[in-house]
Design a protein around this ligand. Structure first.
Ligand code: ZN
Length: 278
């Protein structure tokens, strides 16, 4: 069982026929705010492995599901519990952890799978964990992980080449969830529509952001399908920037069937918006 659809896809890629993978949230949902429904608790009851993103992304619901399921195999610290964030280098780790004013990123930025390099690290972690739980399948998991990593690495090389002319391009995002993507492809953030991660936009903050975007000629506004469209559209009208919807995970948009096509969709959208129109 995985918390999010991106982890589900990566687990399927590594597990192949030997595992049954199901996700606990959909790509159309905000991963910070998923309701811990009884139907989800039932899903966790029979799981041999529970995979979460970590860095508090699912803090509001994953612990409730694990607790409610009373499944000893997947309790935090048990063999069947995997926290993907332990295998990546987190960005924006604060020196003092604070949830002040509702900040939902108190321990560092949890949206690390926006950088496909981090997916390679998570694939490796999944391979190790599945082999530990099912030693008879170790050879299969290794082969699957290697094949998928080779496929993803080739994709990454292509995306980097395509995005090279976009290096240094400025953007704002609705939520602070494109930090790792920007880090990988060399984009520069001019701020977020949310005043703090998890806090809805205010008139004052939006006016300030418009001023910043005008001054810096920010060309790009990145948002996600689960956010309202009114504020990004009003920013676009005020500044002339383009609004681009990005898929944080598979099935966030119809074009993103799996993890690779989600990143593909994001690279294509950003590239299109930054290329001067003829
Ligand atoms: Zn977030």
């Amino acid at each position: 069982m995985t918390t999010t659809p991106d982890l589900a896809d990566l687990a399927r890629q590594v597990g192949g026929d030997r595992v049954k993978v199901d996700g606990l949230s959909r790509g159309s949902q905000d991963p910070h705010f998923v309701e811990a429904k009884p139907s989800l608790i039932v899903k966790v009851r029979d799981a041999d492995l529970f995979v979460q993103t970590g860095l508090d992304l699912e803090i509001g619901w994953a612990p409730l599901l694990i607790q409610g399921a009373r499944n000893a195999r997947v309790q935090r610290g048990a063999k069947g519990f995997l926290d993907a964030s332990a295998f990546i280098q987190p960005l924006e780790v604060p020196t003092v952890v604070s949830r002040a004013a509702g900040d939902v990123h108190p321990g560092g930025n949890p949206h690390f799978l926006a950088d496909p390099h981090n997916a390679l690290a998570v694939v490796k972690a999944l391979e190790g964990k599945l082999a530990e739980l099912d030693p008879a399948g170790a050879v299969v998991y290794k082969k699957n992980a290697e094949d998928y990593s080779a496929r993803l690495s080739a994709k990454i090389a292509g995306w980097e080449k395509r995005m090279a002319p976009a290096k240094g391009a400025r953007f704002v995002s609705y939520h602070k969830n494109m930090v790792y993507f920007a880090d990988h492809f060399g984009l520069v953030s001019d701020g977020q529509i949310e005043p703090k991660p998890g806090i809805p936009p205010t008139a004052k903050h939006t006016a300030d952001l418009i001023a910043v975007m005008k001054e810096r000629r920010t060309p790009l506004i990145l948002t996600n399908p689960h956010f309202e469209r009114r504020t990004p559209d009003s920013l676009a009208r005020a500044t002339g920037a383009s609004v681009v919807t990005v898929a944080l995970t598979p099935d966030a948009v119809p074009e993103a069937a799996d993890y690779i096509s989600a990143v593909e969709f994001n690279v294509a959208g950003v590239f299109r918006a930054l290329t001067p129109k003829q």
